[in-house]
Design a protein around this ligand. Structure first.
Ligand SMILES: [Zn+2]
Length: 168
């Protein structure tokens, strides 16, 4: 997802292509602005309550109707752990405590080069389960109930397999 800006967002002058910090980037000769095409950063929660894990049914593109970990984009002024707590509560109503890093995956897939997904382990500590925001359902799954055929992303399956291994 390369955005090709035409005009400088700071001063409005026309941008040029120049090599800056090792590769060609959009550059403003009037004010010095450099456009860095940064990756998107998203966060997800592997929320477990004993041997149950919390999944959401996606209502937003991509993969509408498929099950995924509660997740969303991190804002620039958030810490990753703050973002994942916010996203889980927005989508499921569940307030969690973050217990550590679970893993990192590409957003959607490495071939799309959209950015990275940081997955944290978390445990519920309050709230009421309810599907909100951009999900159509949110529920707890025991290992035998996991919807393998309806998972949104390959990384979702890998993270769930890692979680199942951790239960043994
Ligand atoms: Zn400028």
């Amino acid at each position: 997802m390369n955005v090709m800006y035409v005009f400088c967002p700071l001063c409005g002058a026309r941008l040029a292509d120049e090599v800056k910090f090792g590769r060609t980037r959009r550059f403003c000769r009037a004010c010095g602005f450099i456009h860095f095409a940064d990756p998107k950063v998203a966060v997800a929660g592997l929320v477990s309550d004993g041997a149950r894990v919390l999944l959401v049914r996606r209502a937003a593109v991509p993969r509408v109707g498929y099950w995924a970990l509660p997740a969303g984009y991190m804002d620039a002024d958030e810490l990753p752990e703050e973002a994942v707590v916010r996203e889980i509560e927005e989508e499921t109503g569940i307030v969690v405590a973050v217990n550590g890093l679970h893993g990192i995956a590409p957003l959607a897939g490495w071939s799309e080069r959209r950015g990275i997904l940081i997955v944290f382990r978390a445990a519920p500590r309050g709230g009421e389960l309810a599907a909100c925001d951009d999900v159509s359902d949110a529920r707890w799954f025991a290992p035998a109930e996991l919807p393998w055929a309806e998972l949104a992303f390959e990384s979702t399956a890998q993270f769930l397999r890692d979680w199942l291994d951790s239960l043994k």
